[in-house]
Design a protein around this ligand. Sequence first.
Ligand code: HEM
Length: 316
Amino acid sequence: MSITPEIEKRLSLLQEKYEAMGQDMVSYLDGLLHADFLTYWDYIHLDTLLSLQSPKTPFPDEEIFIMYHQITELYFKLVLHECKQIAEKQPLNAEFFTARIKRINSYFEALIKSFDIMVDGMEKEQFLQFRMSLLPASGFQSGQYRMIEIYSTDFINLVAKDKREELATAPIEDQFEFIYWKFGATELSTGKKTLTLKQFEKKYHKTFIELAKATAQHNFNALLQLMRYEGQSTAALENELRQLDVNVNVNWPRVHYKSAHRYLERKPEEIKATGGTNWQKYLPPRFQKRIFFPSLWTAEEEENWGKSWVESVLRS
Ligand code: HEM
């Protein structure tokens, strides 16, 4: 075999690379000689991935429930991957920011479109039985979902809406006491924190506070304000951010609520949620009015946040 100029060039580049680190190139070439070729299944850890479904009951539809939650969490991980890139980019310009928000929107749109799997894809009778073996676990405890919210907006916008004004300049720790989700995780009978919430706080409290502090100047809403202040052109960015607000704070909650309604609604009284919450009063977006980018909406749009669809779901 002849050593072509291309091979020679690669060898000298490799030599430079290893020398710079005080390493012997020949030993690394020996390593290459013995190394196996990469396979698809090893590269994506397929066997591990396919071994992560462990139903708690013999009902076949429980596996659908587990896998769809796992799929959702992987999408949330994709979203957070983009969030980190935006928060860490130096210097950040509107073009990069817009392109990354567009990706996040496409991830959420995939989830919104596929949520029918959770609405029509399981037998209600199976669901109502296997869910009792999952108590008190709930999707409510998705830490990634809350981290996406923290990356998206100023922490104060995640505080219960009647406390936002009063706590506007309070430290993050004080704002956290009134974070909106606590009000969804109150036991109907006693008014006390549910076990679902207590466990969730024990695991994530510190992480959420630290992330909120770290993103105080780098969350999407703060970055939007900064770009406007710098006089950057933000029209395309604003469109994507409005879409993000609708995707995360109206459309995903809407399709999610549809499944709660389908499985837990039973006249005259609804079935208790696994997290023990007052889900009817909590899940519909019109009650919480979570809005990441208040400056992008008119007072009327805020007033009517999430209203039209809720009525259509309730009518169906
Ligand atoms: C049959 C399907 C589902 C039903 C019936 C359902 C029901 C509920 C209910 C009743 C709650 C309120 C908290 C509680 O009491 O547990 C809740 C919260 C939540 N669930 Fe689901 N859920 C379903 C599927 C999913 C899926 C696939 C995910 C994806 C991770 C998910 C993520 C969440 C999140 C993030 C919350 C908190 C929402 C918020 O705070 O506004 N759920 N769910």
